[in-house]
Write a protein that binds this ligand. Structure first.
Ligand SMILES: Nc1ncnc2c1ncn2[C@@H]1O[C@H](COP(=O)(O)OP(=O)(O)OP(=O)(O)O)[C@@H](O)[C@H]1O
Ligand SMILES: [Mg+2]
Length: 260
């Protein structure tokens, strides 16, 4: 007869981790989110939702598998526990989202659509972001940036191997985003992953059009974050030069059409 393990004797850490995992799932899989997952699955975007990768401030990210065996990232925005008041800082003033209701539910849905629209515009312009596949309700399905079971690490976790080159690469990406008519608005070492094919930028939901009244302020913050981080890593950096570099050129502004 198999011996039942007494709960009391199990190490506290194991029990704590189990509890944390249950918590990670329980605040995201409400009935309507499960229905949306089933619909995305029926549309062929993935076969299975396999395991959680991360829990961010606003969303839980899962790894899934498509029918051809490839992996996808499934980012599910939490409706009940996301900071929807903060989201309005980036929604109000973006002409694509004029008239979005201030309610929690509508805000999170607009935010999800915004992330997908931004990813699509960026990816089509050749900017280093994960390829977006689909969105529905509070879920975005995109290319999985990872190897085997593990997502690639962020720049914050592993540091930069070649700070001068990485700094220049990211300035070029920020410049491409700007010339396309957007500001990412959350660029930092926490939202950049280090893959085998170079750096990729995540977390594009808060990106705004240049028409947003605070676009300039957000751009300066993004550039200051890069300057601060890469200075610490030993690169030769200069905030004013970086700003001039990003703004130099002929913008190919996307406008309201950058909405799916
Ligand atoms: N496409 C992806 N492929 C692999 N891992 C991903 C992908 N997207 C997100 N992740 C993982 O999930 C984490 C959180 O993702 P992201 O930053 O997009 O979400 P968030 O909820 O906005 O997070 P936060 O608020 O903490 O910045 C990332 O640091 C990364 O580890
Ligand atoms: Mg993030």
């Amino acid at each position: 007869m198999a011996r039942r393990e007494s709960k009391r004797k199990r190490p506290l850490r194991e029990i704590k981790m189990e509890k944390a995992e249950r918590k990670l799932e329980s605040d995201v899989f409400d009935r309507n989110t499960l229905l949306a997952i089933a619909k995305l699955r029926a549309q062929g975007h993935f076969e299975t939702v396999d395991y959680p990768i991360a829990k961010g401030k606003e969303a839980n990210v899962f790894c899934g598998t498509a029918s051809d065996g490839s992996k996808v990232a499934i980012k599910i925005y939490r409706i009940e526990t996301s900071n929807f008041i903060r989201m309005h800082e980036y929604i109000d003033g973006d002409p694509r989202f004029e008239g979005t209701s201030r309610g929690r539910f509508e805000t999170v849905l607009a935010w999800t659509r915004k992330e997908f629209s931004n990813l699509k515009a960026f990816y089509s312009a050749g900017i280093a972001v994960p390829k977006p596949f689909a969105f529905l309700r509070n879920i975005v399905v995109m290319e999985y940036l990872g190897e085997g079971g593990l997502p690639y690490s962020t720049l914050e976790q592993v540091g930069s191997e070649n700070p001068q080159k990485d700094y220049q690469f990211l300035l070029d990406e920020v410049k491409k985003i700007y010339q396309l008519g957007f500001v990412h608005s959350d660029i930092s070492e926490y939202n950049i992953v280090v893959t085998d094919w170079g750096l990729f930028i995540l977390d594009c939901a808060q990106a705004v059009l240049l028409a947003h009244p605070r676009a300039e302020e957000f751009l300066e913050r993004d550039v200051r974050n890069l300057v601060r981080y890469f200075k610490k890593q030993g690169a030769d950096v200069d905030f004013d030069k970086a700003m001039a570099y990003i703004k130099d050129g002929k913008p190919v502004k996307k406008g309201l059409e950058a909405l799916v």
